[in-house]
Structures are given as structure tokens and as C-alpha cells.
Design a protein around this ligand. Structure first.
Ligand SMILES: Nc1ncnc2c1ncn2[C@@H]1O[C@H](COP(=O)(O)OP(=O)(O)O)[C@@H](O)[C@H]1O
Ligand SMILES: [Mg+2]
Length: 472
């Protein structure tokens, strides 16, 4: 899950097409050929019993066909892997373009995008084409081998009959058996391309599963206390493995708002992802009320965490499904409570079908601020003890900001641990403690006034590098 979520599009789209590939191979016409192939051994054995010379000729033929299959494998495997990688890239590129379709159209990026896409898709087609050509050439050689073999068997049989080593009936039986024995081998050869692709797909899927084994049905855990503690946490950026955050020590207590500030690119959002368990730390520990977040399966962890990501992407669904996190057994009360807390309830009631209004494709389109509040409600569903909000006010108007402040006050009163990543003075004024992050390290940490004073003093010092002599 870590990989799927933190790197959307990287492994996930490929994994879906791999599953499709594997399924179409397993349910397609190719599989019987592979299942029938072992019968060839039995048929060949019977031919040997009829006459060793005929057996030997058939065996040579069968070995030639198997040799051709291996050759086909060796010649096409690399190309097909390349083709699949390239087509995955092209698909991902299209996906990212569709996600930012408006900017693409408004800024006239289409010709450039078309060029990049056609280059990638073309490269993939070229690879597939080369592989298909090679496979087809080998396939026709195999056909020729089989026909030659068939004639050879008849010739050897006729000769043996003339030499009176076997009867004509035996000769025909042998010829039929050889044809039976070799046809699955030849068919398997025809299906080899599908087999290679399916094998590569299954290898990728296995390695994906090995990286992130399916969780056992999570045993219910007691709800942890709202006490978040990070000790000496070192963590990479999503999908990376070199430390980006270094030695982070911080804690957030129930009933307190911890604000994380810092310049753009300081790692605030990365830290937010670490707090909610999206990024596994390389070293150190994250504990929520004693619960080791990195070691807890995502399904369980998710119930204890409310997270509002900075880069909002909502899954298409109804308002109810969105707020209730697509819960299979949604808690209606908690859902409405979360909507009320986020200041969404009245807005939702004003929608054509209330909580059953469909959002996204084919449904209602919400404004940026409304989407942000909806995502806030989703974060609050299930009363999680830890709430992490990454720039929750980025697209809010004055009314939305006021609602957010009320929401934070309510959460504080309920004793939740709240982490807010923001620069807005309104939200900072609500913070009990402030952490300043610079270059992936904690620079300043402390109670609000003290931390703000420290940060301001430093900023003033940086703006006036040369001491002028007179201090006002
Ligand atoms: N998904 C990602 N993949 C790779 N690098 C990332 C990713 N997200 C963030 N980073 C890198 O981590 C650094 C910090 O990013 P971020 O935490 O988003 O900054 P901010 O403090 O502005 O929220 C940036 O240099 C960015 O390049
Ligand atoms: Mg950020």
C-alpha cells in the first residue's frame, strides 16, 4: 500500500494492466496447449514401443520444436518487457494529462503533449512489432519442421513396412500418434508471446506483493490515546530511500494544536505523510498512544488517523461515500457529525440530492474551497484521535477559514491531537506549539509565542546581514 499510495501511477496502473494480462492468458485459448504439452511425452513413448527408429525420429522432431520455443523466448522476452514498460509509461502520461486537462487545454499544451505521447506509444509499438515479427518467423519455421517431420515419419514407416519390420496399420498408428504428440508443442509455440507477457506480468505482481504483503484480516485494536510522539525519525521522500527528514523529534498531545511551518520544499508535507504512516521511516519511531504506526496495517491505522492531503484528489462517489471513506458499513451519525464539524452540513443539504449527490464525473462539481471542506469532513469521519491537516485553508475564503477555526476549537475541546501545516496567521494564532522545519530538519520548536519570536528574530537577522551599528 505504501508504494501504491505514495507513488500514484508508478506501480499501480501497471499492476492493474498486469492483472488483466494474466487473467486473459489464464482464461484464453493458449492455456490448454500448455496443459496438453505433457501428453506429448506419453505419445512419444508409445511411438518408441511401436518401433525405436520411429520413436527416435519423433524425438528429434520434438526436441527441434522445443529448441525453437526456447529460441523464441530468448529473442522476444527482452523486447516484450521493454514494450510493456514503454506502454505503461505512455498510459501514465495520458493519465496525468487527463488529470490536468484544463491547464493542458488552456495553456495550449496539446501539440507538445501529443508529440511526447506519440513518441512513447510509438516506441512501445515498435518493440511489440519486432517481437511479434521474430515470434512469427520462428512459428513458421516450427510449422515447416512439423510438416517435414510428418513426411519423414511416413517415409521411415514405409521403409520399415517394405523391410517387413512392421505392418502398415502400425505405420499409420505411429504417424497419427506423432501428429498428436507434436500439435500441442506447436500450439504452445504459437501462444508463446502471450505466455512470455503473462509470465512477466506475474513476476511483477509477485514482486509487488512481496514488497507489500497482503495484510491479515486486521484484528481490532483498542483505540490509542491522542498522544503522538516521534523519536529521532529519519525518513525519505515518497518512493525514495535516502533520508530527507533528519532526526525529527516532536510530540503532539491531545487537546493541543501543533503547527508545522517552514519555507516551501522544507519537507512539511513529507513530514505530514510520515505522521499518518504513508511513508515508512528509515529510522526512529512514530507512536500514537503507544501504537507503533509503521508496524500497524493501513486498514487499522486509517481508523485512528484523519488526514487532509495538500494535493487534493477526491475519488468519484457520492458525498456520503466520500465523507465515510467508502466504508462498507458507514456510520451515519459519525458521517453527519464530521460534515457538521467541517462546516459542510448546510452546504450538503443545499445540494440537489443531499448526501446522495454524486460528485465528480457525471455529477456535481464542487469549488476548490468546498472540496477542501469535504476532504476535511472525510478526515474527521470516525473521530480519529490524530488529525493531520496539510494546508487545510489553502483555498478557503473568509467564511471557510472561520469554519475551520471553529472546527479546530471543537477538536481541541474533544482532546484530539491536531497537527496543522500552515502559514496563515489565523491558524497560527490557534496553535499551542509551533515547529519550524527547514531543509528536512527541525529548526525551531516550542510554545507559540516563544517559537514565533525566535523565528521572527532570525528572519530579521537574515534580512539585515551587516550590523548597521544602531539598534532601535
Ligand atoms: N512524491 C514525491 N516524490 C519525490 N519527491 C518528493 C515527493 N514529494 C515531495 N518530494 C520532495 O520533497 C521535498 C519536500 O517537499 P514537501 O514536503 O512537499 O515540501 P513542503 O514543505 O513545501 O510541503 C521537495 O524537495 C520535493 O521535491
Ligand atoms: Mg507542502
Amino acid at each position: 500500500m505504501v508504494r501504491l499510495v505514495s507513488n500514484p501511477g508508478d506501480g499501480s496502473i501497471q499492476a492493474f494492466s498486469d492483472v488483466k494480462e494474466l487473467r486473459s492468458f489464464l482464461t484464453g485459448p493458449a492455456l490448454p496447449a500448455f496443459v496438453d504439452a505433457p501428453w506429448a511425452i506419453l505419445f512419444l513413448g508409445v511411438v518408441f514401443l511401436l518401433h525405436p527408429l520411429m520413436g527416435a525420429v519423433s524425438l528429434v522432431g520434438a526436441l527441434t520444436l522445443i529448441g525453437l520455443a526456447l529460441l523464441s523466448d530468448a529473442r522476444t522476452r527482452k523486447r516484450l518487457a521493454e514494450a510493456s514498460g514503454l506502454s505503461g509509461q505512455a498510459e501514465m502520461f495520458v493519465g496525468s494529462c487527463v488529470r490536468s486537462a484544463e491547464a493542458t487545454a488552456a495553456l495550449g499544451m496539446l501539440p507538445g503533449i501529443r508529440k511526447v505521447w506519440s513518441e512513447r506509444a510509438g516506441a512501445s509499438l515498435l518493440c511489440t512489432d519486432t517481437a511479434t515479427e521474430t515470434a512469427a518467423a520462428i512459428m513458421s519455421s516450427a510449422k515447416a519442421v512439423r510438416q517435414i517431420l510428418q513426411m519423414l515419419i511416413m517415409a521411415v514407416g514405409a521403409w520399415l513396412v517394405l523391410e517387413q519390420c512392421m505392418g502398415p496399420g502400425t505405420m499409420f498408428a505411429a504417424a497419427m500418434l506423432v501428429s498428436r504428440a507434436l500439435s500441442p508443442v506447436e500450439q504452445a509455440l504459437g501462444a508463446w508471446r502471450g505466455f512470455v507477457s503473462a509470465r512477466q506480468a506475474s513476476a511483477r505482481l509477485f514482486s509487488l506483493v512481496a514488497q507489500d504483503p497482503p495484510a491479515l484480516p486486521p484484528a481490532p485494536l483498542p483505540r490509542p490515546d491522542a498522544q503522538l510522539v516521534l523519536s529521532r525519525v529519519t525518513a525519505p521522500v515518497p518512493g525514495g530511500n535516502v533520508p530527507f527528514l533528519h532526526g525529527i523529534e516532536l510530540s503532539a498531545t491531545g487537546g493541543e494544536v501543533l503547527a508545522i511551518v517552514g519555507p516551501s520544499g522544507a519537507g512539511k508535507s513529507v513530514l505530514g505523510r510520515v505522521l499518518v504512516g504513508l511513508i515508512r521511516p528509515l529510522a526512529g519511531e512514530i507512536r500514537l498512544g503507544g501504537l507503533d504506526m509503521a508496524a500497524t496495517p493501513a486498514e487499522l491505522r486509517g481508523r485512528f488517523v484523519g488526514y487532509l492531503p495538500q494535493d487534493l484528489q477526491l475519488v468519484d462517489g457520492t458525498v456520503r461515500e466520500t465523507i465515510a471513506r467508502f466504508d462498507t458499513a458507514p456510520d451515519e451519525d459519525s458521517m453527519v457529525r464530521a460534515a457538521r464539524l467541517a462546516g459542510m452540513h448546510e452546504l450538503v443539504m443545499g445540494l440537489p440530492r443531499g448526501y446522495d449527490t454524486k460528485l465528480g464525473v457525471g455529477g456535481v462539481t464542487l469549488s476548490g474551497g468546498q472540496r477542501q471542506r469535504l476532504a476535511l469532513a472525510r478526515a474527521l469521519y470516525g473521530e480519529p484521535p490524530l488529525v493531520v491537516l496539510d494546508e487545510p485553508d489553502a483555498s478557503l475564503d473568509a467564511e471557510g477559514s472561520a469554519a475551520l477555526q471553529d472546527c479546530l476549537l471543537a477538536l481541541k475541546a474533544e482532546g484530539r491531537a491536531i497537527v496543522v501545516i500552515s502559514h496563515r496567521p489565523n491558524l497560527l494564532s490557534m496553535a499551542d506549539r509551533i515547529v519550524e522545519l527547514i531543509g528536512g530538519r527541525v529548526r525551531v520548536q516550542g510554545p507559540r509565542e516563544q517559537a514565533l519570536a525566535e523565528i521572527r528574530a532570525r528572519l530579521r537577522g537574515e534580512r539585515q546581514p551587516e550590523p548597521v551599528g544602531s539598534k532601535s
